[in-house]
Write a protein of this length. Sequence first.
Length: 123
Amino acid sequence: MVEHVEINAAYQIGELLMSNMGNQLVSNIFKALSHPTRLQIIRLLKEKPLCVCEILPQLESEQSNTSQHLSVLKNQGIVDSKKDGLMVIYRIKSPEVYQMIGIAEGIILRQIEETKSLLEKNK
């Protein structure tokens, strides 16, 4: 019985993801990843959780702007935060994001190789 419930739940989730609402949810994740500053924040958090005071010096951004970027990432479930005294510590909540970035980098590398190959053919 439990197995049937799990299969049914998985089917319903799959149906949701194939719907317009599911497309919107996926789109929201990609939008959250679509800003260079947010990608930089994600890369900084790969090593360890950091507070804004540790993230800020490594970005060319104001604190309010950085906080907005962190908020976007948090709203999409990509990062999480916890208070530690006066500091707010951010960490990656969804490590799958690194696979997504890796896939995008792979696409870019393939495009570069294809362009190089075309240029060499046209010499």
